[in-house]
Each structure stands twice: as C-alpha cells, then as structure tokens.
Design a protein around this ligand. Structure first.
Ligand SMILES: Cc1ncc(COP(=O)(O)O)c(C=O)c1O
Length: 494
C-alpha cells in the first residue's frame, strides 16, 4: 500500500503567492510613509524607557498573522526611533535616511543575493558604485574598493591593507610578534576617530604604537610634530608605517592639511590613509572640493555613503589606490568556493577577497539607486545646504552674547557653549551647565544633539547631515538652549 507523502513542514507559510507578497509589501510601504509623516509630531528621540518590558519576552513558539506583527511594529517600534530623520536631530554624524535608499533596501532584500562574487547583477552594481566613489575622490580608474558596514570597518579594512603593504615579509603568515618583527607605528592627530584605536588594536599593531599628536587650534594635525615624532621613532628602532589624515573629524569637521601629509608620506615612504568617513563625499560639491586638496594622493580612503549620501544604514566604503592590495591582504579561498575555467559563475570582482566578510548583502543597490536618482548635482546641492545651515547657525551663535563658539565651522558641524551673559562661571561649572542643557533638550524630546569635549571644555555639538533641517529649527535650538541654560544657571546661583 502506497503511503501519502507527508509534508515535512508547511512550505506555504514561507512561499507566499505573488499577490500576498504584494499585499504585505504595500502594508509595509504604508507603514514606512506614515512613519516619516508622523516623525515631527513626536519627540525627536523615541526613548523606550519603562516600555522596555515589551521587548523582553521569549522567542515565540507559534507564529501570528503578518498584520498582527506589523501592528506591533507600528505601535511599539516605529514611534520610538533614534530620531535621525527628524529635522531637529543634530547628533553624532547620523544622517537622515533618503527614501530612495529605503525602497532600494527592500528591492535588494527581495533579490537577496550573496555579494561575495559572481557574474550576477548585484556584483556589477557594487563594482560600478566603487568606481563612482573612487572617481569622486580623484582616484585613478584602476583603483579598487569594497562596500562595508560603515566607517569603522572601512578604516579597519584600509589599515589592514596598509599593514600588509608596510610590513617586511608576509605579515599574514609571520604576524607582528617576536623579537625580529618590526614594531609598526601609526600617526594621526588626537582628533582621529576612536575606530582607528580599535583597528590598530585588532591588527596587532597595538594602541601604544598609535601616536596621537595634539591638534592645533583649528583641530588639525601639526606637520612639524609629525616630522619630529617620526624621526624620533625611527631613531628608537620603530618602523613608522602609516599616517592617517582626517577629511572631516568627528568632533569639529576639521580637515587636516592633506597635501602636506601626502608630500610627507611620499618622502618618508609611509602609507597615507585618509579617514573621510564623514567628509569625503563633500568633494561632490565643486565649491567644497578644494578643502580636500591632497586627498586624491592617498593610498587609501574610508568614505561613508551612510553619512553624507544619506543612504540608510549600513554602507561604508574602503577605497584603495593600487589594485591588488586588498586581495593581498584578504584572499583566502576555500575549495568549495573555487570555480574552474569553464564555470559560468565568475564575475567582475571577488569581493570576498577584498575584505573580512564572505557572505555579503546587496548594500550597493541603495547607493546606486540614490546616485541614479539624485545625480552628483543633487548630492552636491544637499551637502552644500547642510554646510550653509551650519554657517547660518555659527553666525547666529556669534551674534548672541549668551553663546560662545568653540571651534571653526568648516563643514557641517558647529561647536559652541552656553555662557550666561554678565556672569563669570568657572569652566567646570560651564561644562556641567552645558551637559545638563543637552540632557534636557534630548530628554524632553525637542532636539537631539550630543556634547563633545574640545580642549577640555564641554561643547554643544550640532552636526547637520539632514536634508529636513531648516533655519527655523536651528534658531529654535538656540532659543531653547538659552532658556534652559538661564534656568539652570540662575537656579544654581540662587
Ligand atoms: C571621521 C569618522 N571616522 C569613522 C567613523 C566611524 O564610522 P561608523 O560609525 O560608520 O563605523 C565616524 C563616525 O562618526 C567618523 O565620523
């Protein structure tokens, strides 16, 4: 007797018919649009606070209909955002999401390709995006690169290539430990992003060999210090290897003298890496490009589409001038990935050979679709507007006696502090007042900014990578910060 074949599982649950895929897609698209629409009627920062218990249950044993899950998302998740698509979000360097990128992410997930390599469209799209980015920063046609998760990974990947290139022998096999191995040293200003510390640590160079040179009054590296520290290290038996120039520091947006750094690195045979995670994309604006003169002479550059191309998280990029450097650093193909000469699979690039990850998503589509939709001109105009708004705020700060600016405004970051007019408070008290101003602004949901410390003083730091911000949003920030500052400082004086 023949037994009916038993379905091992309910495949229809996953293998939805096209109309059902369409239906849930429309529901999700509607939730996306409503989310954006409602952002300004909610606190900027969607603090979860006492509702945290909603996210503490065990993994569900049984499923529920999609509508039920989406209803939870609409009620309990979407209304509690980080806030970076709100016009009054000025924290960190967290950009507002371009809706084109949001849609692209859905399409990329629909294809769900693994972008480690192969002759399928996603790999060609990524290769093209890398070409666009490389040409934007002034790299030669043959330059190579890879999309990674963000600035931290972009810097790490580039510094791994630098370590490989600058270490005698084969550092991949020999490592850096042991009595006969070189002690590599890395140089940057003290404004360099903390991800460089992580990279230097993970690459076995050691953070003690990362020379962070005190920045000048404009928060840029001092060439004369760099020269003398490199000479001192050589004399002491170290192997100076890498200089990192900032193309837009995270604290103030300062740009190091990149041309002079390129000259120095050429003279001293050092790898010149530029951290342009924040600033590099501003070269798309002919008006801003001169700020980055010398960046094109770097050996490697980190650039972040998820910062100033407004691409939704995540998308960073490592760009390397000389092709083959990344492959020399990361290539390690297991047998099961190898293809023979007749295989139809190989495509234009093996991205798995250019970085840490093997399985990789289709991050390139959101960058590609954004660029196709807005063009270089669209990005340039938006970046220029962010910079214009930062200058507007800077001027407004300068025009009000209760505020004091703490750094030059170079790109789209403004640093200032509240200082009650007519009263002289010690720096430590001013630091405390300014921190409390930030906490009040973020806590009451009216704005989001994060403080930083510049030369020992607490600054209110406003970063605009936000095409939704208007002048009135910035003036409102000053009014509110002044009101809170006055309230706090007069309460403590009384
Ligand atoms: C200059 C700079 N480098 C690196 C990073 C790290 O980038 P990510 O947060 O994307 O890892 C940042 C982040 O703000 C940055 O501003």
């Amino acid at each position: 007797m023949k037994r009916a074949e038993k379905q091992p599982h309910d495949s229809a649950r996953f293998d939805l018919p096209p109309d059902e895929v369409r239906r849930i897609g429309y529901l999700a698209a509607d939730a996306i649009a409503s989310h954006r629409e409602s952002l300004t009627s909610r606190p900027v920062f969607g603090k979860v606070g006492t509702a945290a218990g909603l996210f503490s249950g065990p993994a569900p044993e049984e499923g529920v209909p999609f509508e039920e899950t989406l209803a939870f998302v609409r009620e309990h998740i979407l209304p509690f955002p980080m806030g970076n698509s709100h016009p009054r979000f000025y924290g960190f360097i967290n950009a507002t999401a371009d809706p084109v990128g949001v849609a692209a992410d859905g399409l990329a997930a629909a294809m769900n390709p693994n972008c480690w390599g192969g002759d399928h469209a996603a790999v060609h799209v990524e290769k093209q995006v890398i070409g666009w980015l490389a040409s934007a920063v002034g790299f030669p046609l043959e330059a190579e690169g890879i999309l990674v998760s963000g600035g931290s990974m972009a810097n790490f990947t580039a510094l791994a290539a630098a370590r490989r290139a600058q270490t005698p022998g084969n550092v991949r096999e020999d490592g850096l430990g042991g009595p006969d191995r070189p002690r590599l040293t890395v140089y940057a200003s003290d404004q360099v992003h903390a991800c460089v510390d992580k990279a230097v640590d993970l690459l076995g160079i050691g953070t003690a060999q990362l020379r962070k040179l005190p920045a000048d009054e404009k928060f840029r590296i001092r060439l004369e210090d760099l020269e003398s520290v490199v000479a001192r290290d050589r004399a002491a038996g170290f192997t100076p290897a890498i200089v990192i120039g900032n193309a837009g520091t995270v604290n103030t947006g300062a740009v190091d003298p990149l041309d002079a750094l390129a000259d120095f690195c050429a003279r001293e045979r050092l790898w010149f890496h530029v951290d342009g995670a924040y600033g590099a994309m501003a070269v798309l604006s002919p008006r801003l490009a001169p700020l980055f003169s010398g960046m094109a002479r770097a050996d490697s550059i980190a650039a972040d589409p998820h910062k100033w191309l407004y691409v939704p998280y995540e998308a960073g990029a490592t760009l390397v001038r000389e092709p083959g450097r990344l492959g020399n650093t990361f290539r390690r193909f297991p047998e099961y990935l190898a293809s023979d000469a007749e295989s139809p699979f190989p495509g234009p690039a093996w991205f798995a050979e250019r970085g840490v990850e093997l399985s990789r998503g289709f991050k390139a589509l959101k960058v590609w679709m954004g660029w196709k939709t807005h063009g270089r001109r669209g990005y340039a105009a938006s970046i220029e507007n962010d910079v214009r708004l930062a200058r507007f705020l800077s001027d407004a700060v300068d025009g009000r006696p209760e505020f004091e600016r703490l750094a030059d405004t170079v790109l789209s970051i403004v640093n200032f502090r509240y200082r009650p007019a007519g009263r002289s408070l010690p720096d430590a008290d001013l630091d405390a007042v300014n921190r409390r101003i930030v906490n009040r602004l973020v806590g009451d949901g009216s704005f989001f900014l994060a403080p930083t410390v510049l030369k020992g003083r607490t600054a209110l730091r406003v970063c605009i990578v936000n095409f939704r911000t208007r002048e009135k949003d910035l003036l409102a920030l000053l009014d509110e910060a002044a009101r809170i500052g006055e309230e706090i400082s007069s309460a403590s004086a009384g």
